[in-house]
Structures are given as C-alpha cells and as structure tokens.
Design a protein around this ligand. Structure first.
Ligand code: ZN
Length: 300
C-alpha cells in the first residue's frame, strides 16, 4: 500500500488527532487536578498557618501563665522567708535577752557600786569566790592575800605584762573582810589616833578591799612603803596601761571621796575602765546608772 494514499493519510491523521485530543484532554484534566491540588494545598497551608498561630498563642499564654505562677510562688516563698526571718530575729533577740539576764544574774551587783567615806558596804557582805594570790605576785610572801577568783585572771595578766615590760609590780594587799578591816582600823587608831587613822584607812564597810576586786600595788625601791608610789615608773605604767586589764584608780588626786591613793586600784572590767580612761573620768564622778550598764560585761 502506497504511503501517500489520501485515505491512508487520513487514516494516519485521524489517529494522530485522536491521540492529540486524548492527550490534550488528559492534560487539561490533569491541569484541573493540579489546580484543585493547588487549592487544597493552599487551604491546607492556610489551615496550618491558623493552627500554628493558635498553637503559638497557646504556648505564649501558657508561658505567661507559668511565669505568673512562678512569680506568685516566689512571692509566697519570699513572704514565708521574711516571716521565718522575723521569727528567727524574735527568737534571737529573746535568747539574747535571756542570755544577758542570765549573765547579769551571775554577776555580783556590788562589784560596780561605790564605796568610800560617802558610800557604805553592808558589814554582812562577803564576796562569793576568793582565791589566794600565788606568792610570787606578793610583795610580802609570808602574808596571805586573796582576790576575787573572777577578777584574778585580769590582775595576773596585768602583773605578767608589767613584768614582761620590765616594770616591777607586786600586790601589797588584796581582799580584806569586814572584820579584818575593823581590826586594821583599830590598829591604826591605836598607833596614830582617830583623826589620822580616818584620813588613810577606811572604816570597815567603807573599804573597796571588802569587795575582793581591789588591791594596793607596791614596787621596789620604796622601802616597802606606799607613799611616793606616784613617783615611780610602776605607777606611770599603770596610768597608761591598767585600763586594758580592767583596772581603774579609785581615788585620784583631788577627788571628793577619799584621800589620794595612787597605789589603790579597783577592777571594774575592761570596758568600763577603758571608758573612764578615754573620757578622763573618775569612777566616783560617774552616775551609778551609767556604771551599771557595764555590769553585764564586767568579766568580758
Ligand atoms: Zn587600798
């Protein structure tokens, strides 16, 4: 069969057209499907956008909620903490007060009272604890001298430090009971007569020696005498340093309470002695109410 036969050509074109139409139709159909698919994708994507933004909002809300909860919890914790802190402070201040009262109850209130020709100490008063002063610290080793057991460590420290600084200091006399003071006074009265005895030996009950926290110092080169003590290096050292060990000069020059006794020093505690030293005041010139505030710390 010849190739160029019209019916042959036709028979070739027709299937081609059919194929073309079929293909075109198919393509057109496919195109429609693609558009539909596109639309679906767009809808889906829009839905996804909505969903994701909703989710995001939810996350943000949740986060805010959580932050709020956390901050309110923190506030609660802070409130509880500050309440506990307040309770702790109260407990602390109560136990501090109890401690102070307990400490005060253990201190003899007479320790910081004034005794001189003007102020009287009861004849029945005896210190609670006295101990013998070791003989190495005594000027006259044969004599027994006693001192307050609470104040002794401070006096020992003073004597040891003085010695280490090349200063010679001894204890001439320490604690004297009411009866000892009475017989001492009688002895002086017999030797010197009432007038003279009154001027340098306290009547029993007026002497700070009855407290057991007071002593007379003595140094060498004075022939065992107390007079002239204020001209010695030992006295100079005491004026500069005794307050650091809690001691104060009871009756300084020109005082209104007793004769000048440069050798006669009294333990009043480091805080009070330092206060007196730094403000250049005499123990007897300070108001008793001011002095009493130092009582709780007298053996610190
Ligand atoms: Zn004395």
């Amino acid at each position: 069969m010849p190739i160029n036969h019209p019916s042959g050509l036709f028979s070739q074109i027709v299937p081609a057209v059919v194929v073309f139409v079929l293909l075109g139709g198919g393509l057109f159909y496919q195109h429609g499907e693609i558009i539909k698919l596109n639309n679906s994708v767009e809808i889906l994507s829009a839905n996804l956008n909505v969903a994701s933004s909703t989710l995001l909002q939810k996350v943000t809300d949740l986060r805010q909620e959580t932050t709020k909860t956390i901050s309110s919890t923190q506030q609660n914790i802070d409130a509880v903490k500050s309440q506990v802190g307040g309770v702790e402070q109260t407990v602390g201040s109560i136990s501090g007060t109890v401690g102070t009262l307990k400490k005060l109850a253990e201190v003899d209130p007479q320790i910081l009272k004034k005794y001189s020709k003007v102020y009287f100490l009861n004849e029945n008063y005896t210190p609670e604890h006295v101990i013998p002063i070791p003989s190495e610290y005594l000027y006259n080793e044969a004599r027994k001298e006693q001192f307050s057991s609470e104040a002794w460590p401070f006096l020992k420290n003073l004597l040891d430090t003085a010695k280490a600084n090349g200063v010679t200091l001894y204890v001439k006399s320490g604690y004297r009971s009411f009866n000892e003071q009475e017989s001492l006074k009688s002895a002086y009265t017999v030797i010197y007569g009432v007038g003279t005895a009154n001027s340098f030996s306290a009547d029993q009950g007026y002497s700070e020696h009855q407290l057991s926290t007071t002593l007379d110092f003595i140094t060498i080169g004075q022939g065992g005498n107390l007079s002239g003590f204020d001209k010695t290096p030992a006295y100079e050292w005491l004026v500069k340093n005794a307050h650091n060990f809690g001691f104060t000069l009871s009756y300084p020059k020109g005082n209104n309470y007793y004769i000048y006794e440069p050798w006669h020093w009294r333990y009043v505690g480091i805080k009070l002695a330092t206060y007196l030293h730094d403000t250049n005041q005499n123990f007897y010139d300070v108001d008793q109410r001011v002095i009493d505030k130092f009582l709780v710390n007298v053996f610190d």
